[in-house]
Design a protein around this ligand. Structure first.
Ligand code: ADP
Ligand code: MG
Length: 247
């Protein structure tokens, strides 16, 4: 479904990505792991069009999407959430998701168009899927950090994607919130048939839910394989996972 070939990305001469390669098949959960600064977020930004690579290609469903602007990539069915929470704080939970649905339908929420009553059912359905329906009327700024991260996923779902890219979906979450987010991501994959690419520091999380893991180090993809193979790889074990694999 997604193929990333030999991506290179520099910032003012600094090579943040030297060579990244990635394969994601339909229906899979793929995790990208690696130390801070390895280039994971930069790679996600290249895939979703926020950044242009210096070299390399990104293919989504066999189509070359390299250098397309983010909104065009999103319209093709590739939606994302960010490492830093990115919601409209002053809008309600409901409105945040409704705005995403409206934008997908090329409509905007403003005073001169009666959009407030549009896509109400679809918006509520999405909130139900992620468990935020009881908080639909809450102002987003008042949500817990964990709920804000889940709201970000709901916003991404508002774009009706085929594939979701989640940058550190459990960052800053409590253990209970992390367990809930993990169950939700698994649900999105198995029940809704979404393909998911994520980057995550929590190794227990990664090894529990990923079908395939890509390891990045200092801007390079060093391996992509099944969790079992990654676990057994002595180089990976020693350099990046250490004791974390044992848990
Ligand atoms: P990760 O997500 O794996 O922690 P990042 O992709 O955020 O890593 O960063 C990779 C490297 O690129 C880091 O050294 C970071 O400082 C650098 N970098 C990321 N974004 C920029 C930017 N906009 N300008 C300059 N350097 C950047
Ligand atoms: Mg990052």
């Amino acid at each position: 479904m997604l193929r990333v070939d030999k991506i290179q990305k520099t910032f003012d001469g600094f090579m943040a990505i030297k060579e990244a390669n990635l394969r994601v098949s339909r229906g899979e959960i793929v995790a990208t792991i690696g130390p801070n600064g390895a280039g994971k977020t930069t790679l996600f930004n290249v895939i979703t069009g926020q950044l242009r690579p210096n070299q390399g290609k990104v293919f989504f469903q066999e189509e070359d999407i390299t250098n397309l602007p983010p909104h065009r990539i999103c319209r093709k069915g590739l939606a994302r959430s960010f490492q830093i929470v990115n919601v409209f704080n002053r809008l309600s939970v409901f409105e945040n998701v409704q705005v995403a649905v409206l934008s997908r339908e090329k409509k905007t929420l403003n005073l001169f168009h009666p959009c407030a009553n549009m896509y109400v059912q679809e918006t509520m359905d999405i909130l139900k899927k992620v468990g935020l329906a009881p908080k639909a009327g809450d102002i987003s700024a008042t949500l817990s950090h964990g709920d804000q991260k889940v709201l970000e996923m709901a916003i991404a779902l508002g774009h009706d994607p085929k594939m979701l890219i989640l940058d550190e979906p459990t960052a800053g979450m409590s253990p209970e919130e992390t367990a809930q987010a993990m169950a939700l991501i698994q649900h999105l994959c198995t029940e809704l048939g979404l393909t998911i690419l994520l980057c995550e520091h929590d190794m227990h999380f990664v090894f529990s839910i990923a079908h395939s893991i890509m390891v990045m180090h200092q801007g390079r993809t060093i391996i992509q394989d099944t969790p079992q193979k990654i676990r057994e790889d002595p180089q990976v074990q020693e350099a990046y996972l250490g004791d974390a694999v044992a848990c």
